[in-house]
Design a protein around this ligand. Structure first.
Ligand SMILES: C[S@@+](CC[C@H](N)C(=O)[O-])C[C@H]1O[C@@H](n2cnc3c(N)ncnc32)[C@H](O)[C@@H]1O
Length: 278
């Protein structure tokens, strides 16, 4: 993935400075109207620039699809690339067959022209599965669960799958717990850099929702393919598998079963996402 071309492409996709202007193409605004979700038109425009520039021998991977808005935006006008969607149907009322059906219906309506492959399960389990993806990931969009550990692992566990030069887009990155996690990761892994920050000026900013950061990864000798998992990633992965992951799962299931817990969840999880639990 050519990072320089991506950054130029983003500038061209907006009427003015991307931080303060709408994307030129009105179709992203239309998708926001048509498909329930959390990504803004500006974010969809950025995802689409990335997808258009993806080399054919690399794939695009999204973690956290919800009802498919972000994937529907990414694939607009791109019919010859491979896209993976990874979703565990856990958060925001995504449980059950109805949620899966809505995702399928939206992809059928807005992404039928594209090669979109659905992977169902927890990303932190699936990303350990050999052969999960058929080619290196040139573009990775992480919009899954937002805890410090998840965000650290979101970078650490994707690294072996990434192309030698890759673009990583992190949603909700204006939240300190998100940007602190990627800053902490980058401090230990010099192959990574934050290239652009499109930050939200307020919660649920109409332009940038809760912020989007573009990170780059460039493989070097220390991160050569086949390198052993680093200690910082390993202990977080084990902590997630043993306690944090099951805890989060139980909490979301409880909210689903006992909607009376929603006010408590909003207090404990103060973000736009919690305020839309219903
Ligand atoms: C904020 S929503 C995604 C919004 C979506 N990208 C959009 O454009 O509307 C987060 C989604 O990530 C999923 N998710 C959270 N943690 C996950 C994990 N560990 N593995 C896979 N999916 C996950 C949730 O079920 C939820 O549907």
């Amino acid at each position: 993935m050519d990072l320089a071309r991506f950054l130029d492409g983003v500038e061209e996709a907006f009427a003015g400075d991307p931080q303060d202007s709408e994307p030129i193409d009105p179709r992203y605004g239309q998708l926001v109207q048509d498909v329930a979700g959390y990504t803004s038109a500006a974010e969809l425009a950025v995802l689409n620039v990335a997808a258009r520039l993806l080399p054919p021998d690399e794939c695009y991977l999204e973690v956290g699809s919800y009802k498919g808005r972000s994937m529907c935006g990414a694939v607009q006008g791109v019919d010859d690339r491979v896209f993976y969607v990874l979703e565990n149907y856990l958060e925001f009322g995504m449980q059950g067959e109805q949620a899966r059906q809505e995702l399928h219906d939206n992809l059928a309506r807005h992404a039928a022209h594209a090669d979109v492959r659905l992977l169902e399960g927890n990303c932190f389990e699936l990303l350990r599965r050999p052969g999960l993806l058929d080619r290196p990931v040139g573009v990775y969009f992480y919009d899954g669960e937002h805890t410090a550990t998840s965000h650290y692992l979101a970078l650490g566990m994707i690294e072996p799958w990434l192309a030698d030069e890759a673009l990583v887009l992190v949603d909700d990155a204006t939240y300190p717990m998100v940007s602190d996690a990627h800053d902490a990761y980058i401090a230990r892994h010099p192959q990574w850099r934050v290239e652009r920050r499109w930050d939200a000026r307020s919660n649920d900013d109409p332009l940038w929702a809760n912020g989007l950061h573009a990170l780059s990864f460039r493989r070097d000798a220390a991160s050569a393919r086949g390198s052993a998992e680093t200690f910082d990633v390993r202990w977080r992965r084990l902590a997630y598998a043993g306690a944090l992951g099951p805890g989060q799962k139980a909490a979301w299931k409880a909210i689903h079963t006992y909607p009376g817990l929603v006010p408590l969840a909003k207090k404990l999880y103060p973000s736009k996402k919690a305020s839309t639990i219903d």
